[in-house]
Design a protein around this ligand. Sequence first.
Ligand code: HSE
Length: 409
Amino acid sequence: MLNIAIAGLGTVGAGVVRLLQTNGELIAARAGQPINIKAISARDKGKKRDCDLSGIVWVDDVRKLAEMPGVDAVVELIGGADGIARELAEVTLKKGRSYITANKALIAAYGRALARLAEQNKAQLLFEASVAGGIPVIKALREGLAGNRIRAARGILNGTCNYILSRMREAKISFAEALAEAQAKGYAEADPAGDIDGHDTANKLAILTALAYGVEPDLTAMSIAGIRPVTPADIQAAEEIDCRIKLLGLVEESDGGIAQQVSPCLVPKSSLLAQTEGVMNAVLLRGDFVGDLALQGRGAGAEPTASAVVADIIDLARGLSIPAFGVKAAQLKKARFSRHVPARRMYLRVPAVDKSGALVDIAAALRTGGVTVEKLLPPEALVLGKTDPAVLSRAVAKLGAVFMMPIMD
Ligand code: HSE
């Protein structure tokens, strides 16, 4: 029997309990042994939860879970890079017990140190649920594509942002209304700023980059923009050129290094990314031998995330032992990150332009600055040809607080 302790009983924690109970027999058969939830700890014991906790020991101090006799693994569903989650991870791994988590902020910030701790103490660090909810993208990169050199990855990695952008387009509602809906459905983080400002996507992208390129997760070399500035007018303008707006995490080889970027982007309406709507996530991977690969599924919410957590629990019970990032922690390299984001066609919105005449003047000025203008999207947006980001920044410097989005092929 594999004994686990669960730390955190929010949406995902309750989902994990429910899944282990609902599919207990099937999971035991696949795991080769029954999974027993020995103990649980959360902030509020009295809170009504959508799962059956009878027969499970309740522990008030979450730190105690790491040291409880007989516990093989701690499943942490609390979140946050620092504070209790980090402390719990360190104590658990030092005790030689495995640590399973959905905590992308923790893994993006301290993944390498925790992976090293796991190796030193013959424990496993598993985090399938940390990226793209129910999509097994970590397994895909670490195991299924292990023979490939990964050339690029791009994806919709945040269900909340995707839900907001989809609802703004479909229901013609404001950003604030769509955000309130996402929160009511339990998709958003406790502080939704992490979702809408792109930091949640950045954490997930740093983890994918580490797995794809065998480098330390690193958030410092990444350009990060969120969806707060996206207006209904941008969504309408995107429609006019047969595109939809999606918040993407992108990593690719550029200029001899690795370029990581989080940005709202225009994607062609006919693409898989455009058709990934609501809370769905999608990840596109390009390997040198496998070619292009697409994964799509629910990226947030209790059930899909629980599905990923339980997959890790089953791996542990099966005795699977794979380095957390696919290579030993000591072999994870410091990446040579490129700050040079590749040239792409761009969408540009210029503030306070309400006459297409003014837009014509701006287009002329941009052309003089070396930027090709493909199309005007009155009243205040333009489509630019493939543009070197440095040239573009110089050309728009005089235009005030412009809003730009890459247009993907
Ligand atoms: N807030 C996250 C999202 C939850 O919306 O994708 C899953 O990581």
